[in-house]
Write a protein that binds this ligand. Structure first.
Ligand SMILES: NC(=O)c1ccc[n+]([C@@H]2O[C@H](COP(=O)([O-])OP(=O)(O)OC[C@H]3O[C@@H](n4cnc5c(N)ncnc54)[C@H](OP(=O)(O)O)[C@@H]3O)[C@@H](O)[C@H]2O)c1
Length: 330
């Protein structure tokens, strides 16, 4: 094998970035010890940022984006894996400053690789991907903070996004009442079908006059958008509630006073799945292979590598929805 196909993000002379499917020399893959043939990958918001030249994600271009990959080991220079082993790689530096999973092949350190659990297919692992791993970590964080189905409604922001839909499916599976916040009114029925008990329009939610605190409504939350939406959620919590904070699709600032923490005992739980310990990732994959083995086809669209650049454009514009599974090997 001397050449392979991958998405290739280049910086153009005018400083803009272009991502397209290209044939590349295997030399670009670098020298990490394990060579994996990628069978499936998936799209995440971070990939959209990387493919659009966001230096907070990727410093060096040209670059192969893709923070997720599932496939088959071809060669391991240190012998930890056998040729033919089925494996999952998510996060760490994959797709950031190490060439990523939107590619026929990756080369990664053995320490990033989780063996595919029994009862989990490569396809399902990438329907879940980093979005589902993050959803799992956020839900476990709420449980560790004593937020259970009987506690009350859980508010999910960015509900139509990849993480949002994974969160709704998982909370619904575990018996929670889910309130979905979305900027896409045409997806209200879809969000109800996958498990939301009610859907709130984001623009209506944010149009209310700003107040120090709002009525105590939600027992918990999982936030993927940050900014003013997160601020309003923090001010709308019941006493001793928790919010798992995962994303910033809507902004990074947090103009919030201390009142929700002091007057209502609110807690913010930070989630970062990419650099979570290997053991934590393995625990979540085991849950998805067993107790959390529910259907995911209803939130997944399967696409080819060639179709991925258009979907990454939609993502960065906030116009995509659900999970994109990228099928790389038939
Ligand atoms: N902490 C972690 O470990 C981790 C892991 C994965 C992802 N993330 C982060 O989580 C966020 C979501 O990721 P994703 O992969 O689910 O992305 P995604 O599929 O693009 O979904 C993002 C969703 O956020 C909402 N949104 C977009 N622009 C917005 C805006 N300006 N204001 C308010 N809401 C907006 C939209 O949902 P509606 O139209 O339905 O409102 C959109 O579908 C990203 O910031 C990503 O970086 C973090």
């Amino acid at each position: 094998m001397e050449h392979f196909k991958a998405l290739w993000t280049i910086e153009q002379e005018d400083g803009s970035f272009d991502t397209s499917l290209q044939e590349l020399s295997t030399d670009v893959l670098g020298s990490h010890e394990v060579l994996v043939q990628v069978v499936y990958s998936s799209l995440n918001y971070k990939d959209a940022l990387s493919a659009h030249g966001h230096r907070g994600i990727t410093q060096q271009f040209p670059h192969i984006p893709g923070i997720d990959a599932a496939g088959i080991v071809l060669h391991d220079a240190i012998g930890q894996f056998q040729s033919g082993d089925q494996v999952i790689v998510t996060g760490f530096d994959l797709g950031m400053n190490t060439h990523g999973g939107l590619s026929e092949f990756i080369r990664v350190p053995a320490s990033w690789i989780v063996p595919l659990p029994t009862n989990l297919s490569l396809k399902r692992s990438m329907q879940i991907g980093t979005a589902g791993l993050t959803a799992g970590m956020a839900v476990l964080a709420l449980q560790q903070n004593q937020i259970f189905p009987e506690s009350g409604e859980i508010f999910v922001t960015g509900a139509s996004g990849g993480v949002g839909m994974c969160v709704i499916k998982l909370l619904h599976h575990l018996g929670y009442q889910v309130v979905a916040l979305s900027g896409k009114p045409d997806l209200t029925e879809t969000l109800m079908t996958i498990g939301a008990s009610r859907v709130i329009d984001r623009f209506e939610f944010m149009s209310e006059k700003p107040r120090t605190l709002y009525p105590m409504t939600f027992a918990g939350g999982i936030d993927t958008v940050g900014g003013d939406v997160l601020v309003k959620l923090m001010k709308s919590l019941k006493f001793a509630s928790s919010v798992a904070v995962c994303g910033m699709a809507g902004g990074v600032d947090l103009p919030l006073q201390v009142y929700p923490f002091i007057l209502r005992g609110a807690r913010m739980l930070g989630i970062y799945s990419a650099d979570s310990p290997w053991e934590k990732k393995k625990e979540i994959w085991q849950l998805y292979a067993n107790e959390w083995n529910y259907e995911l086809d209803s939130i997944t669209e399967t696409i080819s590598l060639a179709e991925a650049p258009d979907k990454l454009n939609l993502m960065v514009e906030g116009r995509s929805h659900g999970r994109y599974l990228v099928q790389i090997l038939d």
